[in-house]
Design a protein around this ligand. Structure first.
Ligand code: ATP
Ligand code: MG
Length: 422
């Protein structure tokens, strides 16, 4: 038997309905907030990610699926969405029509991480990006969208963490101060962080090694060193969160995994998930569009991890499986043929209908009807055909009625009308 690649998974019927539900809810919210969908390819030039995410981030250094295409172009499976969406914004000159673009997307991402609970090598994200707006209102709006989704999915035990990472004006001074701090305790850091502290000291905050986290106790925090503009921007974001009654925790250690973030950074955590507890993260990336060769337009966005969201809701999955409205139990070839035409007609009428086309015994067909969870069963056999009727059985009340054959379709439509659209 050929098996799945490690870290990859199938999403089967029974589970997928929950995923579709989450996607539908999110699509609805995004469109209510004025976002349009964008779909970018899974494969991009490696350079897009090394420049867009940062050459010294974990993702680019060790997690990408990269290979040489013919003619030796280096291609990578996308590890995240923002770089691709920015590329599309620039490549299609979307900014020329309107610098303000609000875009969302959904799809698989690929990272060659160690597979474990809540961590896969192909996982799914829902992303939202806004270009062309500096206003803190937009940072707050994105967080509101995220929290609206959590609310619609009835999550309660989640925490929103927020921080500001400053800008190119105030971050260098912070970086330097942090570097000095780290250098003083360099021997307490893991080998990765020793390297990081020299080239990209902010990355140390993201290290999962506990001794590194301990060494960071007392480290300088960026919020204390923000320039006036960044300070005002951050206060305004927090002020809107208060007005929207969104609870949050200030987390001066939150830096996020990508290099390009500026100012607002946020993360949504769910304690029920255990070690891999981040369900969503995002922030502002004002320098990215320019860094990738576009105009100096600001950006802000978020990514939601669908796998972790779905696992939090997995006990509700059976509730999203669609059951047939009607199961037709037809016995004998004449009844089977007649029923097969009803089956298709009713489906065209929007009534979810199933039947057993193999003409098994009545007992077997009733068992199938029961198992399918159908609300009604329409029974028709040789005797019914002789009498010119079919039997209509309500599976919840067990009541039965006879229906003249030529009225079957109208009768079913009338009786199932309420449930046909759910
Ligand atoms: P983590 O700290 O868990 O590694 P991250 O900061 O790398 O997360 P982001 O790049 O911010 O994650 O991606 C946004 C979301 O995508 C995360 O909050 C998480 O829910 C999800 N995610 C990231 N990596 C994986 C993965 N390997 N498997 C499943 N979901 C993931
Ligand atoms: Mg990660």
């Amino acid at each position: 038997m050929i098996q799945l690649v490690r870290g990859f998974k199938d999403i089967l019927p029974g589970e997928i309905e929950l995923w579709q539900y989450i996607e539908d809810v999110m699509r609805g919210i995004c469109e209510d907030f004025g976002f349009s969908q964008i779909r970018t390819p899974i494969l991009e030039r490696t350079e897009l990610f090394s420049r867009g995410i940062g050459a010294t981030t974990d993702i680019v250094e060790k997690e990408m699926y990269t290979f040489a295409d013919l003619k030796n172009a280096s291609l990578s499976m996308r590890p995240e969405a923002t770089a691709s969406v920015v590329r599309a914004y620039i490549e299609h000159k979307m900014y020329a029509r309107n610098p303000v673009q609000k875009l969302y997307s959904m799809g698989p991402m690929f990272r060659r991480e160690r597979p474990q609970k809540g961590r896969y090598r192909q996982f799914y994200q829902i992303n939202a990006e806004v270009f062309g707006l500096h206003s803190p209102k937009i940072d707050a709006e994105l967080i509101l969208i995220l929290m609206t989704l959590m609310d619609k999915l009835s999550f309660s035990d989640i925490i929103l963490n927020v921080n500001s990472l400053g800008c190119e004006k105030c971050r260098p001074a912070f970086k330097e101060k942090l570097q000095t701090y780290l250098n003083e305790r360099i021997e307490t850091l893991c080998p990765d962080c020793r390297r990081r502290s020299a080239i990209n000291p902010l990355r140390v905050f993201d290290c999962k090694v506990s001794s590194c986290q301990e060494s960071l106790e007392g480290a300088p925090t960026i919020v204390d060193l923000l320039c006036e503009e960044c300070q005002n921007h951050f206060s305004a974001v927090l002020d809107f969160l208060d007005r929207f009654q969104i609870p949050y925790q200030l987390n001066p250690r939150l830096v996020r995994g990508l290099d390009y973030y500026t100012r607002t950074a946020f993360e949504v955590l769910a304690s029920r998930l255990g070690a891999q507890n981040a369900v969503a993260g995002g922030g502002r990336y004002d320098g990215l569009v320019k860094a990738l060769g576009g105009p100096a337009q600001p950006g802000v966005g978020f990514a939601i991890g669908l796998d972790r969201l779905a696992s939090l809701l997995s006990d509700r999955a059976p509730g999203f499986v669609k059951r047939p409205n009607v199961f037709i139990a037809a016995l004998g070839s004449r009844a089977q043929d007649r029923a097969f035409v009803w089956l298709q007609t009713l489906r065209f009428e929007g009534i979810r209908t199933e039947m057993d086309v193999e003409d098994r015994s009545l007992k077997s067909q009733m068992r199938q009807a029961d198992k399918s969870g159908a609300s009604y069963v329409l029974i028709v056999g040789e005797r019914e055909l002789e009498e010119g009727v079919a039997v209509w059985r309500d599976m919840s009340t067990k009541e039965q009625k006879t229906v003249p054959l030529e009225e079957v379709v109208t009768f079913v439509k009338k009786n199932v009308a309420g449930s046909a659209s759910d």
